[in-house]
Ligand binder design. Structure first.
Ligand code: PEP
Ligand code: MG
Length: 660
């Protein structure tokens, strides 16, 4: 018995919906299969289902055979036809973006392309600011090899028992990890995804087949994991490709139990050591004693990878994306790293050692001296409060911002939310994230920037055209207005979150007034929809980033349309100077202190002040003590920066009013 339908599940049968579909299918006695393009797989295996790569709007057939076939088909078709089935991604694993050498998101220090460094020096992506020096802790877990011995017939049953016990032990370990309250939502999602694989018949079935064929259990698991991982890698889907790593991770855990070994643990990392790894896997990351780690160096990863975000939020200096160069560090005794420039020095000589130790000490001293400014509310000479706020890109960074004394968030970059998921985040998931932010900082404002993305940063679920000049192309507000399906989901989520605190919203890359008026119309449309649906929501102030020369030149007109300006000096500098912000060869021109850029800032401030709206700044320049006095004199009343710069900025402003 069978029935066909068009899949309406949002984003198709990716991990969570596939797991739920399987759970539903397992509730029926009948054999159930899902068929796509003539290929049939068991509907009771989430791995097989995921590998079928069923996308939204594709036609599939549900086939069932057994006593409750009618009910099974009814229930499963109902699931596939429900668009909401894919939207509840609360527990969706947030996979690290793993692109080695990836360009920095600007919340991170500027990325530096890997290049030959000085003697015994390497250079990678500067992913988390600060310098560190300490003993090297190389974390390169050894490859696991099978015994390569063919089993005797009478050994097979025992080997299968041993294998099943190992799988059960791994599942139990993962369940224990999931039961820990200390696990963050992101880490919980990662562990839950691994648990799903460990429980899936595909891996265990393949492995048991190999054992029955006479292979020892370890060899069988290695082969089964490689086969399934290869299938995941071959699918044309970014999210599913990342599942290959999960399969290897689970296979590795099962093998270690079979061998009676523990994985090389990060637990024993000495205080202040520099963690060196090719990659830090999701499973390791969820259990690492981050408090003890002095610095992180990785072959993989970029400024937006999971480890980079965690390092930044914990103030751990990090250099990532070293590629194969990381192998040179395997036998290092001591390592020095500079998370501001991406430099790594192996076994530094006395002079370098002294230099780094001095910088580490000076930084610690400065940090200690600055803590008195944490609770200060700085004011300008004319008595206006200057809000010193934080630039963050994830909920993990809230704590660091609060500990620094942030007076709210001046820039919440929503790109990470989109990049860390392998499908577009749902309205519910976004609303929860923005609400959590608003609650954390209330009554201070939280300025959420709408999706600022272009063809230089891939996002699953959005097709970007190839562009000659992506920085001048289809990005930011331009892309959002062309994709109201994506944009409205974000605006609705923001309206819903506004109930929970002081949410403000700003638009990136604005270069024409119509972009503001069209957005406002969409906001009104979303508010009307929410009202009709009876969903609680509240209005928010709408502002714009001033980061294109066009926005500066139309600032007086823009100021009449919006509640605030936030000057994005990172982009404004590159566009005013026509100097790519990621191109080291034109780095000299990419200088915010160039008179051309400073007058653009002044023009913007004048227009905003004249119109009586708030003018703030959220580009990197906002945290520069040498420039802050000039910005305040121009009339800026909000400066938003990386949490690490907040106390220094408060000190600078306080010193201005004290007449120092
Ligand atoms: C800017 O351009 O100054 C800015 C803050 O935005 P981003 O760095 O994210 O482009
Ligand atoms: Mg920008």
């Amino acid at each position: 018995m069978e029935r066909s339908t068009i899949v309406r599940v949002h984003e198709g049968l990716h991990a969570r919906p596939a797991t739920r579909f399987v759970k539903l299918a397992k509730g029926f006695e009948s054999d159930v299969e899902l068929v796509k393009d003539g290929k049939a797989v068991s509907a009771k295996s989430s791995v097989k289902l995921m590998l079928l790569a069923v996308k939204e709007n594709q036609e599939v057939t549900v086939r069932a055979n057994g006593a409750d076939a009618i009910e099974a088909i009814e229930a499963l078709i109902g699931y596939l036809e429900n668009p909401k089935a894919g939207l509840d991604d609360e527990a969706e694993p947030q996979r690290p973006a793993n692109d080695a050498g990836q360009a920095a998101s600007a919340s991170a220090p500027q990325s530096v392309p890997a290049a030959a460094g000085e003697a015994n020096g390497l250079r990678g992506v500067a992913a988390s600011e600060g310098v560190a020096i300490g003993p090297a802790f190389a974390h390169f877990p050894p490859e696991i090899a099978g015994q390569g011995r063919m089993l005797q017939a009478e050994e097979i049953a025992g080997e299968i028992d041993r294998f099943r016990a190992a799988v059960a032990a791994v599942q139990a370990r993962m369940d224990r990890a999931l039961a820990q309250d200390s696990l963050s939502a992101a880490d919980r999602g990662i562990v839950a995804a691994l648990r799903d694989i460990a429980a899936d018949d595909s891996l265990t079935g393949e492995a048991e087949k190999a054992i029955r064929g006479g292979n020892d259990a370890v060899s069988a698991v290695i082969t089964a994991a490689s086969t399934i991982a290869a299938d995941f890698s071959a699918v044309d889907d970014h999210y599913l490709n990342a599942r290959a790593d999960d399969v290897h991770a689970v296979g590795r855990q099962i093998c270690l139990v079979l061998l009676g070994q523990d994985d090389v643990s990060l637990e024993s990392i000495p205080e202040g050591a520099i963690l060196i790894a090719d990659d830090i896997g999701a499973w390791d990351l969820a259990r690492a004693p981050l408090k003890r780690i002095g610095g992180v160096i990785c072959g993989h990863g970029g400024a937006t990878s999971h480890i980079a975000i965690i390092a930044r939020s914990r103030g751990i200096p990090a250099v990532l994306g070293l590629g194969d160069q990381v192998n040179a560090l395997r036998i290092a005794r001591d390592v020095a790293l500079d998370g501001n420039t991406g430099h790594v020095i192996i076994d530094p000589d006395e002079a370098t050692r002294a230099d780094y130790a001095g910088r580490v000490e000076a930084a610690a001293k400065e940090r200690a001296g600055l803590t008195v400014f944490k609770m200060v509310t700085p004011k300008s000479a004319d008595g206006k409060v200057i809000e010193v706020a934080a630039n963050i890109g994830s909920l993990e960074e809230i704590e660091a911002a609060q500990e620094a004394g942030a007076m709210g968030v001046g820039l919440f970059r929503t790109e990470l939310l989109f990049m860390r998921h392998m499908h577009l985040p749902s309205e519910d998931m976004q609303a929860e994230t923005y609400a959590a932010l608003a609650k954390a900082f209330a009554p201070y404002p939280v300025i959420v920037r709408t999706l600022d993305i272009g063809g230089d940063k891939p996002i699953a679920g959005i097709e970007f055209p190839d562009e000659e000049n992506p920085f001048l192309g289809w990005r930011g507000i331009r892309m959002c207005l062309d994709r109201p399906d994506i944009f409205k989901r974000q605006l609705r989520a923001l309206l819903r979150a506004a109930v929970h605190g002081n949410i403000k919203v700003m638009l990136p890359m604005v270069s024409d007034i119509s972009e503001v008026t069209r957005t406002r119309a969409l906001v009104d449309e979303c508010a009307a929809e929410l009202k009709a649906e009876g969903v609680p929501h509240a209005t928010f102030d709408l502002g714009v980033m001033i980061e294109t020369p066009a926005a500066v030149l139309i600032a007086p007109a823009l100021a009449k349309e919006v509640a605030f300006f936030s000057i994005g000096t990172n982009d404004l500098t590159q566009y005013i100077m026509a100097a790519d912000r990621l191109n080291p060869t034109v780095a000299k021109l990419n200088d915010v202190t160039n008179p051309a850029v400073m007058s653009a800032i002044e023009l913007t401030a004048k227009a905003g002040v004249a119109a009586g709206i708030m003018v703030g700044m959220c580009g990197e320049a906002a945290g520069r003590p040498d420039l802050i006095p000039a910005f305040i004199e121009m009339g800026l009343t909000e400066l938003s920066m990386s949490p690490a710069s907040i106390q220094r900025a408060k000190k600078t402003i306080t010193a201005m009013t004290a007449g120092d």
